[in-house]
Design a protein around this ligand. Structure first.
Ligand code: HEC
Length: 131
């Protein structure tokens, strides 16, 4: 078998070996993380609590898994969080007092569209407890 054909066969085998449902959800995670990175969210947020930012200090914003757990089951929370992402958080009304630096989140509009903000918030809220 020529070398190129061998590699093509190998790649096909690797692709079929991936378990369907699991691959689907991690594909969605990968896409949303890429979106978050493109919009600069990951400069201040990580998914899991307890991480370090690139400067070695605690990330400025709350971990998104904590955000998901904090608001699980709250009514109209999606709209509220989309408004926060677009317009920023209120400097004197921190929802993360005592847990984070107390810095407020800057408005992300116009660098992020309302659609992308909603997609990210939906994904964050659906994270739930650590698997
Ligand atoms: C410059 C740092 C910074 C960036 C960039 C940033 N955030 Fe934040 N974010 C924060 C801080 C700080 C808080 C905590 C605000 C508070 O105390 O209420 C926060 C809070 C949040 C919350 C929870 C709000 C609440 O009311 O509890 C969500 C959701 C969120 N950010 C999503 C995002 C998304 C999505 C992006 C990218 C589009 C992003 N953030 C970019 C710093 C940032």
């Amino acid at each position: 078998m020529p070398r190129a054909a061998f590699f093509t066969a190998l790649m096909a085998l690797a692709a079929t070996a991936a378990p369907g449902a699991h691959a689907a959800s991690s594909d969605a995670d990968t896409a949303m993380l890429a979106l978050a990175q493109r919009h600069g969210c990951t400069a201040c947020h990580q998914v899991e609590p307890g991480g370090q930012a690139s400067d070695g200090l605690a990330p400025l914003g709350p971990a998104w898994r904590d955000v998901s757990l904090k608001y699980t089951g709250e009514r109209s929370v999606e709209d509220r969080l989309v408004a926060t992402v677009l317009g920023g958080s209120r400097p004197h009304l921190s929802h993360w007092k005592g847990e984070r630096s107390g810095a407020s989140m800057p408005a992300q509009q116009p660098s992020i569209s309302p659609e992308d903000a909603r997609a990210l918030v939906r994904w964050i809220l659906a994270l739930g407890p650590r698997p």
